[in-house]
Design a binder for this molecule. Structure first.
Ligand code: FAD
Length: 291
């Protein structure tokens, strides 16, 4: 199934997982998937070597999500370190495994890896996939603007180029202040971007994790959020519970505002995904009334 078809029925809830590090057992991610599967997400996406190092297991995990667990899957695909030939091989492999959805990305620039020059922006990859296959293509978007964009206006103009290149739906970078997401939605409307946009939500469970995210993604932290981190940073259980409560609070507000869907960055933590899913299940399972 192409995940874009889900949006006219209900508020979509999806999860993101990442392949295990080379030093960890693959069983860990399969145990997580088993538990996530029980939560009936609309789809699960699998990251691809964040940092641009590549990961062979992305495709096999995405194939197993779909073919063994019966849940729709999305394979992430960053292009900056690949040639056109590499990408063709990957998309043929995805087709063979029955995967219909790709999250097409540029990937983060890694100072230690010289980028290949075949794809400069995600929009180049999206146009290439469109030309060479029949996939549902998802793009990334940034409610607070992407760090390299030179400003919110040029970022939206670039997003419009990406959508016009063939993006079927968008998933946002994480954010902790919903007002950024609402302002971003306004800008997309003005720019004529009409594809479904899911809000990316990351439940924060430790202070180090959030400090890394702020450096990596440049997201703003609201005062309320900073207070929680300061108060509970030395109490992991309280920090975890406060992080879950904060994410639920964000999601309840987003759904009440009628957004298209939620994409939960699970960090392979099924306990947290379960707590959040259970808290919001009655809100997302309301079928959309079609005229
Ligand atoms: P682009 O859309 O190419 O944008 C990158 C920058 O270039 C932006 O500043 C944009 O404004 C600008 N730009 C875009 N098009 C043009 C144009 N035509 N002309 C001029 N400027 C332009 N990374 C991974 O390595 N693996 C993953 O699995 C992964 N998953 C992700 C999932 C989500 C939901 C998100 C939000 C990000 C993910 N990332 C992942 C991180 C992503 O690769 C980085 O944020 C990267 O820096 C940008 O990728 P992009 O696809 O948004 O790039």
């Amino acid at each position: 199934m192409k995940t874009r078809d889900l949006f006219n029925r209900k508020t979509v809830l999806s999860f993101e997982v990442f392949p295990p590090k080379k030093t960890s057992s693959i069983d860990i991610v399969y145990n997580t998937l088993q538990e996530l599967n029980g939560l009936s997400p609309d789809f699960i996406s699998v990251t691809y070597g964040a940092g641009g190092n590549g990961s062979d297991s992305t495709i096999s995990i995405a194939a197993d999500i779909k073919n063994k667990y019966g849940v729709e899957s999305v394979a992430h695909l960053p292009c900056i370190n690949f040639t056109k030939e590499n990408i063709l091989d990957i998309i043929r492999n995805l087709e063979t495994k029955g995967i219909e959805n790709i999250l097409a990305l540029r990937g983060d620039l890694n100072p230690e890896v010289m980028p290949k020059n075949d794809f400069k922006h995600a929009s180049d990859l999206i146009a290439f996939i469109k030309e060479n296959g029949n996939f549902n293509i998802i793009g990334a978007c940034y409610p607070e603007g992407h760090m390299d964009s030179g400003g919110i206006i040029s970022d939206i103009q670039n997003l419009k180029i990406k959508v016009d290149a063939g993006t079927d739906q968008l998933i946002s970078q994480l954010f902790f202040n919903n007002s950024y997401f609402y302002s971003f939605l306004e800008r997309t409307k003005i720019a004529g971007i009409n594809v479904p946009i899911q809000a990316g939500i990351m439940p924060v469970t430790n202070k180090k994790q959030i400090e890394r995210m702020v450096t990596l993604c440049g997201v703003n932290l609201p005062e309320k959020f900073i207070k929680i981190m300061e108060k509970y940073e030395h109490n992991p259980i309280a920090m975890r519970d406060a992080g879950i409560a904060y994410a639920i609070d964000q999601i309840v507000d987003l759904i009440a505002q009628g957004i298209d869907g939620i994409h939960l960055y699970t960090m392979n933590n099924s306990y947290i995904a379960e707590k959040i899913s259970n808290a919001i299940s009655s809100l997302i399972n309301i079928e959309k009334i079609t005229a």
